[in-house]
Each structure stands twice: as structure tokens, then as C-alpha cells.
Design a protein around this ligand. Structure first.
Ligand SMILES: Cc1cc2nc3c(=O)[nH]c(=O)nc-3n(C[C@H](O)[C@H](O)[C@H](O)COP(=O)(O)O)c2cc1C
Length: 393
């Protein structure tokens, strides 16, 4: 990110999480309801572990905001880990109880998790030192910061939604949804499925996985609606917005693939059915389809930005996976740590936050400004120039 910078800190069972978001203009109205709502949405979903019932996340604003408006200084957020009360003697920054720490020690690394690679890299013999930061608990801080990016985008009419496209094999051949499809996603349904008819089968599959000590992955699609043309750039590899979005999405825990528009299906067919015709309808530039997912050459083209994140199944299985004990160096099943069976609905909310952060960054890069008044004036000037372009944008 060039204009907006997000840094997070904190461990999963430590005292809490910090988010430091720099680069927001001054004078942005802060919507505390939106912030609380997004944090609650991240915790929702069928197949989550018991922790989601223990923690009810709230973000405390500790800097960068005064009287409900941003100041242009770093927005600093603190999210306490309520579960820390049960972990203080294991995760306390000053002192730990060696007996309890040994009881909680992780020494059979989980295939698919960070335990082994992180243990080697940071020379840790208790792999908890790695897992605590590798945990997707960190995404709570991203969602809190993402809410501020969403508040900024909303000022310019940009909205972002998501839904579960498929879970394991259920719905796996579904095409990318449209904005209208995502408007119908029931935020309170167990899995936030785009095709609600599939939800009972999805719930059954989660139950089956849980029963068998197994886990599930799937895919979520995020759409950003009302995105102006001209965000991102084709001129340099690291300015391409598709690449920037892909990096942000792939940084989400357990996400292993990203698709823009219908890119994966398009790669299997002919060019004649892969692209979106350019038309003039009722005096406007229009595209009858949106297979490109709103991005051509790394630049937004005015259509909805459509991104699908493919998430692998959770790596912590109750029934374990083949591994090795760090002390004996003998084969030993991977250790079980309280865990989700699937976290797909949450992954959608996290992906929304990441898309919001990247788009807000690209918007500020395009129109710039230190105050909201300045950003809005620059925005109006850009919109006027686009209207003056041949045929009017
Ligand atoms: C919302 C969310 C919740 C997750 N919950 C768990 C979990 O309970 N147990 C687990 O082993 N992995 C969980 N993961 C995935 C791991 O954090 C992830 O697989 C691990 O950090 C290794 O990173 P990688 O899979 O991206 O390589 C979750 C991911 C997300 C997005």
C-alpha cells in the first residue's frame, strides 16, 4: 500500500491486538456502528470453534480520532483478547508459569500450519511462539482497520460485500456472482452462502467434518460496487491493481488462490467468450458482461471489481495428521489446538476488509489530499475530467 499503511501487532492469546492505520485524511466521520458490525460479522459463521463464543470483539480507538472525526494522524486501535484472563500465566509478556507453559507447549507441528517452518526460522522450541502470531486471530485487527477504509470509500459511493461461493464440493461449479446476487446474501444465515438453496447441504457437510475430526475449505467472492474507472495503473508491475488486490487476498490465512472475475473459467476456453464487448448504450460506455471482474491492465474499468478467494481446509484436525515429535524425533500425530472446522464466512468478511484497504489506498493515490474537503475537491475535478473524455465516462 502506498498511501494507506496498515501494521498490526499482538498474539492470539496475548493481552490483545493493535492496528495502526496511517494515511487516512483528516475530517473523515467515524461510524462506530459500522466498526462494531464488521467485527461481529467476522465472528459469525457455522463451523467456528468455541472461542468465538468467548470473545465478543470491540475495538477501542486509542489515537487518530477526535470527537468522531479522523485527525490525519495514525488511527490506532486496541482489541482486547478477553480469553487472555485464562492465558495470562502462559502468555504474559513479563512472566510465565513454566509448568503451565509446558502443558500448553506445542511440539508436534501441524502440517499446513506455520509451526514447523516458523519454528526453524525463529529458532523456537515451543512452537506456540509461532502459532500465536500465525493465528488468524490477527485478522480482527485487519477488519477493524478495514472498517475505516470502508468509511472512506462510502463517502465516494463505493460499497463492498461478500458471500460464500462454495464450501468443499458443495456448489464448487458455481460461477462468480453478481452484485445483485451478493445483495441477497443473508448476513445472519449459518454460512452466508450466495446460493441459499445449498446452505442445508453445506451445514450437513460441516457437521460431518466435525463428527469425523476433519475440516473444510471453499471459496468466497467479494465484490466492490460503484468503483470509478482509473484506479491502479498499467505502467509498472507493482502499480497494477489486480496484483495489489491478489497480494492482499493471498495474505489472508489459508487463502491459496485468487481469481479476478471469471479468470479461471476463461483460461479453459476461447478468447471469443473470455472478454467483455465494448458498447455504447443510451449515451454511455457499457459492457454487457463483466468477465474481467472490473480490471483490465491493472486499472479499474468502471465495472464491479469481482474477486474470489480460494481457501484451503483448516490445518488443525482433531483426528491429527502425520507429524513428528520435536523432543523424541519419532512419528507423532499433529497436536490438536482448539480450532474451527471451517472459517469461510469469516474469510469473506476479512477479504472485504482487505479489498477496502487496497481500494481506499488506490483512491487516495488517484485523487489525494490531506483533508476530506481536499480529497472531495480532487475527486470532483477527476469526475469532471472523465465526463469531458470522448463520449463522457
Ligand atoms: C478466519 C480464519 C480462521 C481460521 N481459524 C483457524 C483455526 O481455527 N485453526 C487452524 O488451524 N487454522 C485456522 N485458520 C488458518 C490458519 O491461520 C492458516 O492456515 C495458518 O496461519 C497457515 O497459513 P497459510 O495456510 O496461509 O499457509 C483460519 C483462517 C482464517 C482466515
Amino acid at each position: 500500500m502506498r498511501r494507506l499503511q496498515l501494521t498490526t501487532g499482538g498474539e492470539s492469546h496475548g493481552p490483545g491486538l493493535t492496528a495502526l492505520l496511517t494515511g487516512l485524511p483528516a475530517g473523515l466521520r467515524v461510524d462506530l456502528e459500522l466498526l462494531a458490525h464488521d467485527l461481529a460479522r467476522r465472528q459469525h459463521g457455522y463451523g467456528r470453534g468455541r472461542r468465538m463464543q468467548i470473545e465478543k470483539d470491540t475495538a477501542e480507538i486509542r489515537g487518530g480520532v477526535r470527537g468522531g472525526e479522523t485527525l490525519g494522524s495514525p488511527v490506532t486501535l486496541w482489541i482486547a483478547n478477553r480469553d487472555y484472563a485464562n492465558w495470562e500465566k502462559v502468555m504474559g509478556p513479563e512472566e510465565v508459569d513454566p509448568r503451565l507453559a509446558e502443558l500448553r507447549r506445542l511440539k508436534s507441528p501441524r502440517p499446513g500450519h506455520t509451526d514447523l517452518a516458523g519454528g526453524i526460522k525463529y529458532d523456537r522450541r515451543d512452537l506456540r511462539d509461532v502459532l500465536e502470531r500465525a493465528s488468524a486471530r490477527e485478522t480482527t485487527a485487519r477488519v477493524a482497520a478495514g472498517a475505516f477504509a470502508r468509511m472512506l470509500l462510502r463517502e465516494f459511493g463505493v460499497e463492498i460485500r461478500s458471500g460464500v461461493r462454495f464450501l468443499g464440493p458443495v456448489g464448487a461449479d458455481a460461477p462468480p456472482p453478481t452484485w445483485e446476487d451478493l445483495l441477497k446474501v443473508d448476513e445472519t444465515s449459518p454460512l452466508r452462502a450466495i446460493d441459499r438453496a445449498l446452505e442445508p447441504e453445506m451445514v450437513r457437510l460441516v457437521d460431518q467434518a466435525k463428527e469425523e475430526g476433519d475440516t473444510l475449505g471453499g471459496a468466497v467472492t467479494v465484490i466492490a460496487h460503484n468503483v470509478p474507472p482509473g484506479l491502479g495503473s498499467h505502467v509498472q508491475w507493482d502499480e497494477k491493481l489486480d496484483g495489489r488486490l491478489a497480494q492482499a487476498i493471498l495474505s489472508i490465512h489459508a487463502v491459496k488462490g485468487v481469481e479476478i472475475g471469471s479468470g479461471i473459467a476463461a483460461s479453459r476456453g476461447f478468447g471469443s467468450v473470455a472478454h467483455d464487448a465494448i458498447e455504447r448504450t443510451e449515451g454511455r460506455w457499457t459492457r454487457p458482461t463483466n468477465r474481467a471482474g472490473g480490471l483490465e491492465g491493472g486499472v479499474t474499468n468502471g465495472e464491479d471489481v469481482v474477486i474470489t478467494a480460494y481457501k484451503k481446509p483448516i490445518a488443525t484436525l482433531r483426528k491429527g495428521l502425520p507429524s513428528v515429535d520435536l523432543d523424541t524425533l519419532e512419528p507423532h500425530a499433529s497436536q490438536y489446538e482448539r480450532s474451527d472446522v471451517t472459517a469461510l464466512p469469516a474469510a469473506g468478511v476479512i477479504a472485504e476488509a482487505m479489498v477496502a484497504l487496497v481500494l481506499a489506498d488506490a483512491l487516495l493515490e488517484k485523487v489525494g489530499g490531506d483533508s476530506m474537503a481536499e480529497v472531495k475537491a480532487h475527486w470532483e475535478a477527476t469526475m469532471a475530467l472523465q465526463k469531458a473524455w470522448p463520449g463522457g465516462v
